[in-house]
Design a protein around this ligand. Structure first.
Ligand SMILES: NC(=O)C1=CN([C@@H]2O[C@H](COP(=O)(O)OP(=O)(O)OC[C@H]3O[C@@H](n4cnc5c(N)ncnc54)[C@H](O)[C@@H]3O)[C@@H](O)[C@H]2O)C=CC1
Ligand SMILES: O=C(O)[C@H]1O[C@H](OP(=O)(O)OP(=O)(O)OC[C@H]2O[C@@H](n3ccc(=O)[nH]c3=O)[C@H](O)[C@@H]2O)[C@H](O)[C@@H](O)[C@@H]1O
Length: 475
């Protein structure tokens, strides 16, 4: 290459996946020039600034290592496509909101638009990599769009789904359990897959880089998320049974998880899973099963969502019934709005559904989260719950954001921990107790607090899957 780089990579989509993934490739491959492009100037400007558009531990350090050297962020999509040997498509693929399959099918419009753009502006043949999570067989559509170019260019399409989790994106990318690359099983397809394997092999051991056919790779991504979410729904269903019987869900998970075949991880009961992908990807799987006439398979996976909705509703109903069946006019502190700790992401966050239910019950909700931006909270509540300041009179008075946990709890009848931020474990609960209305209630939606210590202070504590000491006693 005339500019001194061995290879040029372009990534379309500078979001939670595109940004961190490309930063890690750039950091591990100094001879590769990586450019992340996006339609949004605001997002690209943020990637080029000290205030990155997403909060992710360790991300800034990785970006700073390469930015301006072999890592670039740009809105000049056409120029970067032209330069690239490998183009990742890492755009959002949300659940369709209208039309056929609305509410279940994934909308792959953005992937198609990327393919059309690549076909339109490319001047040479390229490898196009699906990084986005897509319905199985989307690569076929991408390839057909690319093949329609009028310049006789030949594109190879690969599937390379991403398995990073938010909050741990950097360690997940630096030391992935596996990298999955699916390609067409032809000499050209295998060569393209090998080119991508060589990129990852700069820091990932080869035996952890799996190559498969295209359809297995696309489907494996949906299956991985479905299995993970299924574990959460499974333990959450058991948490309801624990509360009814006096069993303790933490003791159940310890006993069950020590069986190596089951394993300990991903068995924390909660107010339900959130995030931009679990629900979307399971709905996508359900829709695929239905499309292929597999009704029983569709119903089976749909139950993971049904259980998750039940868990979120069960939690807010428990709050209201415990607070003497009314929260009207009562101040309630919500600690945590992000869908999990160590992220500012609020997409599909379970906290939002609890806030929504409390607002419907006319509570005065005070939310504190160390990373969530107030505008992001409103945007998500509007998008998912159809509740906005414009269409829900009084919403701004009903939901206040607090500068810290103490302010949120001051004068409150109850506090609810809805995100497992470490700082919530370290709060001065004596001080909080003194400042609250009595009786003072704690609802631990993540089972992270010391319940015995809180009860000693004077709180009435309710936690997911934990026996209520007023209701059950040991034999
Ligand atoms: N968020 C996560 O932790 C994970 C997400 N995924 C999958 O990765 C994909 C991307 O997810 P996120 O990064 O979270 O989405 P995101 O919404 O954070 O970012 C997507 C970006 O793509 C841009 N974009 C959309 N159309 C474009 C186009 N035609 N050209 C250029 N840019 C365009 C948007 O402006 C946006 O900035 C999705 O399919 C998701 O399911 C996979 C693993 C983890
Ligand atoms: O495709 C994706 O987007 C990603 O989805 C998840 O990652 P993420 O949603 O970022 O975070 P998780 O750690 O999986 O948590 C998802 C939700 O489940 C909840 N959860 C998780 C684990 C658990 O034991 N209990 C539980 O309630 C979390 O609080 C959170 O709301 C997967 O873990 C990633 O492998 C995948 O790449």
């Amino acid at each position: 290459m005339s500019d001194g780089y061995d290879l040029h990579i372009c990534c379309m989509g500078a979001g939670y996946v595109g940004g961190p993934t490309m930063a890690v490739i750039a950091a591990n491959c100094p001879k590769i020039r990586v450019c992340v492009v996006d339609l949004s100037k605001k997002i690209i400007d943020a990637w080029n600034s000290p205030d990155l558009p997403i909060y992710e531990p360790g991300l800034m350090e990785v970006v700073e290592k390469s930015r301006g050297k072999n890592l670039f962020f740009s809105t000049d999509i056409d120029a970067e496509i032209k330069k690239a040997d490998i183009i990742f498509i890492s755009v959002n693929t949300p659940t369709k909101t209208v039309g056929i399959g609305a509410g279940r099918a994934a909308n792959v419009k953005n992937c198609e638009l990327c393919a059309r753009k690549i076909a339109e502006v490319s001047e040479g043949s390229k490898i196009v990599v699906e990084k986005s999570t897509v319905p199985v067989r989307t690569a076929e559509a991408v390839r057909r769009v690319l093949d329609c170019n009028e310049k006789g260019l030949k594109f190879q399409v690969l599937s390379n789904p991403e398995f990073l989790a938010e909050g741990t994106a950097i360690p997940d990318l630096m030391k992935p359990d596996r990298v999955l690359i699916g390609g067409v099983q032809s000499p050209e397809g295998l060569a393209a897959a090998e080119a991508l394997v060589s990129v990852y092999a700069n820091w990932v051991p080869r035996e952890q880089i799996l190559t498969t056919n295209l359809w297995s790779s696309e489907l494996a991504k949906l299956v991985a998320n479905a299995f993970l979410a299924q574990r959460v729904s499974s333990i959450n269903s058991i948490s309801a049974l624990c509360e009814a019987t006096g069993a303790n869900v933490s003791e159940i998970t310890r006993a069950v998880g020590m069986d190596n075949r089951i394993g300990k991880r991903f068995l924390n009961s909660s107010i339900g899973f959130g995030g931009s992908c679990f629900q979307k990807d399971i709905l996508n799987l359900v829709y695929l099963c239905e499309t292929y006439g597999l009704r029983e398979c569709a119903e089976y996976w749909n139950q993971v969502i049904v259980m998750n909705d039940y868990q979120k509703k069960r939690f807010s109903e428990k709050m209201v019934s415990t607070l003497f069946n009314t929260v009207t006019g009562k101040k309630i502190a919500i600690l945590g709005f992000a869908f999990k700790k160590d992220t500012g992401d609020v997409r599909e966050t379970p906290s939002m559904f609890v806030v929504r239910d409390l607002v419907h019950e006319q509570a005065k909700v005070h939310v504190y989260d160390p990373q969530v931006k107030r505008e992001d909270m409103w945007t998500e509540m509007d998008y998912t719950c159809k509740m906005s300041v414009a269409n829900y009179p009084g919403l701004e008075e009903a939901v206040t954001t607090a500068p810290d946990a103490y302010a949120a709890c001051d004068g409150a009848h109850a506090l609810a921990v809805l995100t497992e931020w470490d700082e919530f474990k370290e709060l001065d609960y004596e001080r909080i107790y003194k400042s609250m209305a009595k009786p003072a209630f704690v609802f631990d939606g993540r089972n992270i607090l010391d319940h015995d210590a809180l009860r000693k202070i004077g709180f009435e504590v309710h936690a997911i899957g934990k026996p209520d000491p007023n209701k059950f006693s040991d034999l």
